[in-house]
Design a protein around this ligand. Sequence first.
Ligand SMILES: Nc1ncnc2c1ncn2[C@@H]1O[C@H](COP(=O)(O)OP(=O)(O)O)[C@@H](O)[C@H]1O
Ligand SMILES: [Mg+2]
Length: 333
Amino acid sequence: MDDVIIVKNLTKKFGNLIAVNNISFSVKKGEIFGFLGPNGAGKTTTINILSTLLKKTSGEAFINGFDVSKEKDSVRKNIGIVFQEPALDNRLTGRENLYFHARIYGLTKEESKKKIDELLKLVELENKADKLVMYYSGGMKRRLEIARGLIHDPKVLFLDEPTLGLDAQTRRHIWDYIKKLNKEKKISILLTTHYMEEADFLCERVAIIDLGKIVAIGKTKNLKDKIGGDTIDLTVRGKNVVNFIKEVKKLKKVKKIIKNGKGKIKLIVGKGEEMLPKIMKIADKNNCDILSINLKKPSLEDVFLHYTGKNIREESVDLKKEFMKRRMKMRRH
Ligand SMILES: Nc1ncnc2c1ncn2[C@@H]1O[C@H](COP(=O)(O)OP(=O)(O)O)[C@@H](O)[C@H]1O
Ligand SMILES: [Mg+2]
């Protein structure tokens, strides 16, 4: 079987609120699958159901063939999870945190020691392993949590907002670890995020979720292609600008042309890189100077906007609160 996660018509209601609304998707073996959406979209709720921590209202879900509501023990053996909220014991060292967890999962002393050494190496915390976690930075804590999630060799790893509250540089590091462990351990990963760039960098496929519903699903590249082409912004000057625009309009694969005044033009085109030389030629012919030209490929941000009609960052008030909460928590610990 190639699908390590199968979700069919999954729904979760909290009273009147439908937090997860009839979603279906599957995750293939060895894949990093992204669950992308703003705060409150239903991402954590979905992960909680898949990891047997929360009861579904209706629908079905299977991890490695095991039913999440009927075969909880088998499901738990097959998954590792890194929660959205940090959950480490700050009064223990990194190594002790891992050891404690390993013993809970039934590893012997010797197995634990071996596994812990291997994982500390994977997340590059060997040198800090015997320091108390309270002295770890946010990024180090996340790495330790990732190592902890891997201790019983799960087939599937859930990462709920793995870089929330981390600075840009640390986030990049965490991304590298996630890629590395996916590659080296061949582990399948379901990660949730509200960072478009994160999903773009890490995931082959994503489901975009908004208000409990999957609004788009597929390979990131296909989703971007579907929404209709690249954007070229240019500023042009010269006597024959009107003629220039007329000729550009006639080019095949120019889907849309928007004039923004004072020689500023926005074009929606097929493949942008193929259009640039043609545009330059027309400019030359009409004695126009191109003062600036900027080609932009569609991003997942554009995909989100396309399907939901809103910008993911519009939800940023709540996210800021969440961010601050986590920051404070990290500092306190
Ligand atoms: N235990 C709960 N009781 C009531 N409502 C909840 C509970 N957990 C989550 N919700 C609500 O369900 C929705 C989805 O939440 P969540 O899954 O945490 O979203 P996300 O992880 O995408 O930010 C939100 O509106 C949230 O307030
Ligand atoms: Mg969440």
